[in-house]
Design a protein around this ligand. Structure first.
Ligand SMILES: *[C@@H]1O[C@H](CO)[C@@H](O)[C@H](O)[C@H]1NC(C)=O
Ligand SMILES: *[C@@H]1O[C@H](CO)[C@@H](O)[C@H](O)[C@H]1NC(C)=O
Ligand SMILES: *[C@@H]1O[C@H](CO)[C@@H](O)[C@H](O)[C@H]1NC(C)=O
Ligand SMILES: *[C@@H]1O[C@H](CO)[C@@H](O)[C@H](O)[C@H]1NC(C)=O
Ligand SMILES: *[C@@H]1O[C@H](CO)[C@@H](O)[C@H](O)[C@H]1NC(C)=O
Length: 506
């Protein structure tokens, strides 16, 4: 008799960088048309996925995020910073759209690439990327860093290369970070990105000492190699290199006709962007953390200053959704993009469009969305991280070596180490632990539609190296009597479903 069991696969990515830490923010504080930097005090013109401080809203700033009693969805309670990026949607040819499921919240890396990094000052905020950009002026892949201009005056060149669209396939060698700077084609994703797409965003780290500027960008510049190199003249305050990662379950649309579109109507990816409001409890605290937390593990657990909360507590941190947004249908399925935003294919820059709920624009005046494929994207075969490219490649995390830590065979120690890792998810409580089952007959539960395969990512330290464990759920048909390993794996699966449940209550 054939029966089904679910096993876990752990993939270890071994990386080395200078000192850094990695802030996991496993839950959203909300999803909606808010952008207190670019659209302060009003409805934003597109939807964001928002993480971090619960004091978020149309008018969020350093003070509101740090208001007494406010919470954070990140793991370090002293960090009430707000982190946000556009959402990803799938647009069918008939004009129906649905939001793509985000997997595992977000990671915000604080990397020390420049010398003598200085904490963000009080009131600091910044934007990376440009929502209106619709072209990448290539080549692809990037030429070797040694051929890049040493003078960082072409900030558009650097801004384009600060975006990454990482095709996830945990069965293959991973792509480096910031390798591809626009969406792969749908066909390419169907064929290669079995585990979804990771959106990456690097922020500029050369500051001029101001906490903001009129356009919220020009007080910050990229150094000549995006993450390191020379800072432009007058930008001699070295801040940490902030790097956001979010994972989207694009694989759940494999084989479906249609296209992926960022919430501002961008089917190219080149308009990807993100925002940051400094919400650390004080600049001095952040400075002390930067000075003290130099463990190359990047693990926040290794920084004694940090007060760490469980992801379950973080998941309870949400901001009150403003009344003006309560009727927004962001997730769909719905007619047209959320919320009635027009598709703009480029390559010319996108133009402003009327926004429902803002400046009394009637919804009826908003152009309807139609799917189209009139833009061109690179067609390539899957290219994994090539060690010779990777050694000079860009990226927050440069992947040096890959090893498959475990597959479906009897490797309970691997799955145990993943499951017991404190950063993966909180250890299952007694009530969550399922009793060991003697027969593996449980089918993978298809709760609501196709579930993403990626369960979580986790990080372990082993002798000066960071090991990223990507935990994937795999459906396996077993024909034999259940082994101890399979029983153990089935137990893990229940824990993971529990975890997904937490994540799903955003
Ligand atoms: C559009 O197509 C999708 C995919 O086939 C389908 O799920 C959806 O119901 C369709 N929408 C309408 C309005 O027919
Ligand atoms: C940000 O900088 C401005 C100008 O220096 C200053 O007036 C303001 O108080 C700062 N914001 C905060 C929250 O400290
Ligand atoms: C930083 O740059 C912004 C934008 O050009 C400018 O408004 C601000 O005055 C500069 N701050 C300092 C301290 O030079
Ligand atoms: C989250 O909030 C709910 C409702 O207030 C509460 O019952 C629950 O205990 C909270 N969870 C945690 C982990 O604090
Ligand atoms: C590419 O995008 C940039 C920035 O939006 C814009 O200035 C330029 O005109 C675009 N190029 C083309 C060919 O449209």
């Amino acid at each position: 008799m054939r029966s089904q069991a679910t096993l876990t696969t752990a993939l270890a990515l071994v990386s080395t960088v200078s000192a850094f830490w990695r802030m996991p923010c496993r839950s959203q504080t909300g999803v909606g048309r808010l952008d207190p930097i670019m659209d302060a005090g009003e409805v934003s013109d597109h939807v964001h996925t928002i993480h971090g401080g619960g004091g978020f809203g149309f008018d969020a700033d350093y003070a509101t995020l740090n208001a007494r009693g406010s919470c954070t969805s990140c793991e370090v309670t002293q960090d009430h910073s707000a982190y946000w990026t556009p959402t990803l949607h799938f647009l069918y040819p008939n004009g129906t759209s649905v939001m793509v499921q985000q997997v595992g919240g977000m990671l915000a890396y604080y990397l020390y690439y420049l010398d003598d990094v200085k904490a963000f000052p009080a009131g600091f905020q910044m934007v990376a990327g440009n929502k209106n950009t619709r072209n990448f002026t290539g080549p692809f892949p990037d030429t070797d860093l040694s051929s890049w201009p040493t003078d960082p005056s072409d900030q558009f060149f650097l801004e384009q290369r600060a975006l990454g669209f990482n095709c996830l396939n945990y069965a293959k060698d991973p792509e480096p970070s910031l390798y591809r700077h626009q969406f792969p084609t749908k066909d390419y994703m169907d064929a290669n990105c079995a585990d979804g797409l990771r959106l990456e965003l690097a922020f500029p780290s050369c500051g001029n000492g101001s906490n903001d500027s009129l356009d919220h960008k020009s007080h910050m510049k990229y150094p000549s190699l995006v993450k390191e190199g020379n800072c432009p003249e007058g930008y001699d305050v070295n801040h940490p290199f902030l790097f956001f990662e979010t994972i989207w379950a694009t694989n759940t649309f494999a084989g479906e006709d249609g296209q992926f579109v960022l919430s501002m109507g961008d089917p190219t990816g080149t308009g990807y962007h993100g925002d940051f409001i400094m919400g650390w409890e004080s600049t001095q605290f952040l400075q002390d953390a930067l000075d003290t937390c130099q463990n190359p593990s990047g693990d926040i657990q290794d920084c004694p200053m940090f007060n760490i909360q469980s992801d379950a507590i973080g998941a309870n941190c949400t901001f009150p959704m403003p009344d003006a947004l309560l009727n927004d249908d962001v997730k769909g399925p719905r007619d047209g993009l959320a919320v009635d935003i027009p598709l703009q294919n480029g390559p010319q820059p996108a133009t402003q469009y009327p926004v429902a709920g803002r400046s009394s624009v009637p919804t009826s005046s908003i152009p309807s969305t139609t799917a189209s494929a009139s833009f061109s994207l690179p067609t390539l075969s899957y290219t994994a991280a090539n060690p010779s490219i990777t050694s000079t490649a860009m990226g927050g995390i440069v992947v040096n070596k890959v090893s498959i830590a475990s597959t479906s065979s009897a490797t309970p120690s691997e799955t145990d180490s993943a499951a017991s890792s404190p950063t993966a998810w909180s250890a299952p409580s007694a009530s969550e632990s399922a009793p060991a089952s003697s027969s593996i007959t449980e089918a993978p539960s298809a709760t609501s539609g196709p579930a993403p395969d990626i369960i979580a990512t986790s990080y372990l330290t082993s002798s000066n190296q960071v090991v990223e464990l990507v935990i994937e759920e795999v459906d396996v048909t077993v024909t034999a009597t259940p082994s101890a390993a399979a029983v153990a794996a089935a137990k893990h699966k229940r824990h993971m479903h529990k975890h997904l449940h937490h994540a799903g209550r955003r």
